[in-house]
Design a protein. Sequence first.
Length: 242
Amino acid sequence: MIAGVFWLLPIGMHSLPEEGLYASCIGELEAAEINAYQRNSDRRLAGFSRIAARVAASTIVEDRVRPNEWAFSRTTAGARLLRAPSGLSVNIAIADNEHILVIYATLGHSVGVDVELWERPSGWRDIAERFFSKPERDLIQRFPDKKSSDIFTILWTGKEAIAKASGAQLVDYLDVSLIGPSVKCPYTLQRKGATYEKWKIQWLDIGSNLVASCCATGGSHRIPEIMSCDWIIDQLSFLENM
């Protein structure tokens, strides 16, 4: 498990000089990667994800490096890095397509960004039936289709945030229940009869985006609570306030 901080960057909510910053810091390798996308919408999203990664990296280092000072690079193994003129480097991972944008950055034990567009994976009901716990399935089934799909997305992003904080894959946490003995106690994680340490999950609803973050409590590990960001306009504590 990685102990660290989740710094949240809500895409679309941060005031960012997109075109100017994009033009000033893009390199030839980056341009080639972005231009490989067939559709304009995909190219724009790919470019914006790289801008957002720079902002995330600057947040992690407490703005000691301006976003447009970072340059994309790769390790000899092919992993992506952002490098500053001072030699400081931040590990990053970006996934982007027309439906989803996820930016993840780390510096030591500080962990970057997890942003989900409000989209459901195809076959989400089948995923819930196969992997989610019975309390989670029961909660999903209590509501009409639109609301139940929203609940699925809330649970899905929570599991992904925990998986990333643990240095694991999402598939390793699909069968971990985010709902404890009752909906009012959603923080005790259980898998196959074993009780895991408690986590605190926090979801942030910012219009079309859903951001999930988490922190561990108890035991030998602790991930400090979510940073409060002034550009986050609303907080969603859906499971707590049912």
